[in-house]
Design a protein around this ligand. Structure first.
Ligand SMILES: Cc1ncc(COP(=O)(O)O)c(C=O)c1O
Length: 373
């Protein structure tokens, strides 16, 4: 491949010296789990997002599972989410013993359709998990309004959207309105630091953020065997910790996250303008939403043909995701066949083009040239 669809190695090379120094610092320190690097990263990340607490954990999937638990979701509860997401969103809900209830997406933004929520609420519903898919924020003001009306917890899945923002009309717990980062709206929000993410470690990692002191305290206990004091488990927790090496790397990468997101937005701008008059559907971003393009996803009727043609010309693509979660064998329920037409139509046509901060403008132009040239 001449141009990869994603390229975490390029992000290592871009900051090689600082990352090597951070790794060496940890190795030399003799302290490898839950130490100063993790504490410093949690402080710096909470400040970046604009929340009171960040808790580092082992992955984005664990972050969701722990957040659901800390928000009081139990076995048999229903949790409303979308089927157009990484399977991890639903996996965390089922791992917690709860039942995922899928609602359709908005066909323009591809995120949770807030107008489908009311119909999905039952007496068993405990929480809503909106997903800021591809780096595009879900309509949090509308979702929070439904949650408030029905007394539901909200856990934002921000795995793909670190740094994305929404111009909000609703005051949060800190009484803020206006432009706010995703992750500041719900009771808690979760992030993944999988290597290809906008803020990627070089291994697995994740975090939960919250403004709620009680939820933060529960998370700290749950991520380490339910310990409130060492070796004494007061609740049933397990092991989900962000290690010192990943935390040190993330501290380096956090410093250039905004710059990296700007680079992604520049590449997206090139794709947008060069594909404007073509028969390829490009992402639409309503005003008041700040997209950080974890993925740049187009729609095209002959998606497979286009994919093959691009591969022949050395351009890597991916499909995020080929099947909605509700139609995957592990989640398919023949007795409860939910109707998600907008999700299913979208899945059949989407294609993710190459996007990462180190891609050059020439490369982006070459990619479009291979499609419309
Ligand atoms: C939307 C979404 N949620 C959750 C996850 C899970 O994150 P992780 O792979 O770090 O467990 C991912 C990762 O792909 C994701 O894209």
């Amino acid at each position: 491949m001449k141009i990869l669809q994603c390229n975490p190695h390029a992000s290592y090379l871009a900051q090689k010296e600082e990352i090597d120094a951070a790794v060496k610092r940890v190795l030399d320190s003799g302290w490898y789990i839950l130490g100063q690097e993790c504490e410093s990263f949690e402080r710096e990340f909470a400040e970046y997002v604009g929340v009171s607490h960040a808790i580092g954990v082992a992955s984005g999937t664990d972050a969701l599972l722990l957040a659901l638990k800390a928000c009081g979701v139990n076995a048999g509860d229903e949790v409303i989410t979308v089927a157009h997401t990484a399977v991890a969103t639903a996996a965390a809900i089922t791992m917690c013993g709860a039942i995922p209830v899928f609602v359709d997406i908005d066909p323009i933004t591809y995120t949770m359709n807030p107008y489908r929520l009311e119909d999905a609420v039952s007496e068993k519903t405990k929480a809503i998990v909106p997903v800021h898919i591809y780096g595009m924020p879900a309509d949090m003001d509308a979702i929070m309004a439904v949650a408030k009306e029905n007394g539901l917890k909200v856990i934002e899945d921000c795995a793909q959207a670190v740094g994305a923002q929404i111009k909000s009309e609703i005051r949060n717990q800190k009484s803020e309105i206006g432009w706010r980062n995703v992750g500041t709206f719900g009771d808690a929000a979760t992030f993944s630091f999988y290597p290809t993410k906008n803020l990627g470690a070089f291994g697995d990692g994740g975090a939960v953020v919250t403004n709620n002191d009680g939820i933060a305290e529960s998370l700290r206990v749950l991520r380490q065997y339910g310990w409130e004091e060492r070796y004494i488990s007061k609740t049933h927790g397990w092991n989900s910790r962000l290690d010192e090496m990943q935390a040190a790397i993330l501290r380096v990468k956090l410093r250039c996250l905004d710059e990296d997101n700007d680079a992604r937005r520049r590449i997206a701008g090139i794709y947008d303008s060069m594909l404007e008059d073509s028969n390829i559907v490009t992402p639409k971003v309503p005003s008041g939403f700040y997209h950080v393009y974890h993925q740049y996803v187009i729609q095209y009727i002959d998606r497979e043909g286009l994919r093959e043609e691009l591969a022949e010309k050395g351009v890597g693509t991916a499909i995020h995701y080929p099947a909605p979660v509700n139609l995957q064998p592990a989640y398919f329920d023949p007795d409860n066949r939910c109707s998600l037409p907008d999700t299913e139509i979208l899945c059949s046509a989407i294609l993710s083009l190459p996007i990462y901060p180190q891609i050059t403008e020439e490369d982006a132009k070459y990619v479009v040239g291979c499609m419309v040239g």
